[in-house]
Design a protein around this ligand. Structure first.
Ligand SMILES: NC(=O)c1ccc[n+]([C@@H]2O[C@H](COP(=O)([O-])OP(=O)(O)OC[C@H]3O[C@@H](n4cnc5c(N)ncnc54)[C@H](OP(=O)(O)O)[C@@H]3O)[C@@H](O)[C@H]2O)c1
Length: 338
């Protein structure tokens, strides 16, 4: 089978196509023909030395996939050949506290990911894909979709009447916008692009603030809520955006701390953090139980993931470049079958 591997993390040119031996499912494993994979910022961060975990070169990148089960190993009861599945971002986090295997299981960083034609994994490392989504759409759920779901789910679930701030127009933020709208919450979005602002409004954002033109965008967001602040911030900017997020959040609100897109790190003031009255929820995508819940929610609401562009299997480098350009809105996908 064909598989792309990062032979090193020196440059995108180090992403090379390899001919590997076809995997065979062992006891308890399913063999998945990968139909589509989607990219996340983390896949780029590994290449640019910005991923905050250990990254070992030589692995197949990408954590998020959708495919068809083409063979099953001995003892597999959960799935049959022909079923459509998606990968679980954390293949051994089923629920409860995070397992200690989180780092070593990290697809693309310390274990082989999904940018390949065939993959054998434990039957517990995939979940059934809802019939309402195509393979391309399904491939966007495991990381971006589940992270947004986790950010809105709790500890205090977002519901009708709540307000949610989403930052930028990347994969996690667009899912958060869609999921928040699906439960009747009000969404305020930020972006650096006037053209994307219109698209964010079309997707249901009540207000959009241009963070490139309004440096104090957190205060602007607070003003848009009548001075109260938002109930939830879906924080994907990280060190360079957290101060504005603290201006934007309501007393008793929650900042779902997710990302590290910003490159600057001016630090935050302890008293601003304390006096915001908000809680900080540190998110690591989510567990398998959450992915099952997300699938059910997507099926019930008819939510369609927003795909910016689909690349062919042999255009993997172009897909990474497109993500890096920041021109996308929503998800960048690679189709693995022709
Ligand atoms: N902790 C977790 O569980 C978890 C899970 C998933 C993702 N993440 C992290 O969350 C972040 C987002 O991931 P993603 O895959 O959704 O990214 P992405 O799709 O690559 O998002 C890129 C978009 O983010 C916006 N952006 C870039 N820099 C920004 C800044 N300084 N402030 C505000 N917005 C900015 C831009 O939108 P505009 O063009 O509209 O300005 C850009 O187009 C990444 O840091 C990723 O590693 C963490």
């Amino acid at each position: 089978m064909k598989a792309h591997r990062f032979d090193s993390f020196d440059s995108l040119d180090a992403l090379r196509l390899h001919e590997d031996i076809d995997p065979r499912p062992q006891r308890g494993e399913v063999l998945v023909r990968v139909h589509a994979v989607s990219l996340n910022y983390r896949d780029l961060a590994m290449l640019r030395g910005r991923y905050p975990r250990k990254c070992v070169p030589g692995h197949i990148p990408l954590s998020d996939a959708a495919g068809e089960i083409v063979a099953i190993g001995e003892g597999v009861r959960a799935f049959k050949v022909g079923e459509r599945v998606i990968s679980a971002f954390h293949p051994r986090w089923f629920g409860g506290d995070m397992p200690s295997t989180i780092a070593q299981d990290s697809y693309g960083a310390e274990s082989d990911g999904w940018l390949c034609e065939l993959k054998a994994v434990s039957q517990e490392a995939v979940v059934r894909l809802t019939d309402t989504l195509s393979y391309e759409e399904g491939s966007t759920l495991p990381c971006a979709g589940l992270t947004a779901w986790t950010a809105l789910a709790g500890p205090k679930p977002i519901r009708a009447g709540h307000s949610v701030l989403v930052q930028g127009s990347g994969g996690v933020s667009i899912f958060a916008l869609q999921l928040a709208r699906a439960v009747g919450a009000t969404v305020i979005a930020t972006t650096s692009s006037a053209a994307k602002a219109e698209k964010l409004k079309a997707l249901g954002a009540a207000e959009v603030v241009n963070y490139a033109e309004v440096p104090e965008w957190g205060k602007a967001v607070r003003a848009l809520t009548g001075g109260r602040g938002v109930d939830r911030v879906v924080e994907v900017g990280g060190p360079g955006t957290i101060v504005q997020s603290l201006h934007a959040v309501a007393l008793g609100g929650e900042i779902a701390s997710i990302g590290f897109l910003s490159t600057e790190n001016p630090g935050i003031d302890f008293f601003q953090l304390k006096m915001s009255g908000a809680s900080l929820h540190n998110i690591t995508v989510g567990d398998r139980a959450g992915l099952l819940d997300l699938n059910r929610a997507v099926a019930a609401t008819g939510l369609k993931p927003i795909i910016d562009r689909v690349f062919a299997f042999n255009e993997a480098r172009e897909a990474f470049s497109h993500l890096e350009s920041g021109a996308h809105l929503g998800k960048v996908v690679i189709r693995c079958v022709s």
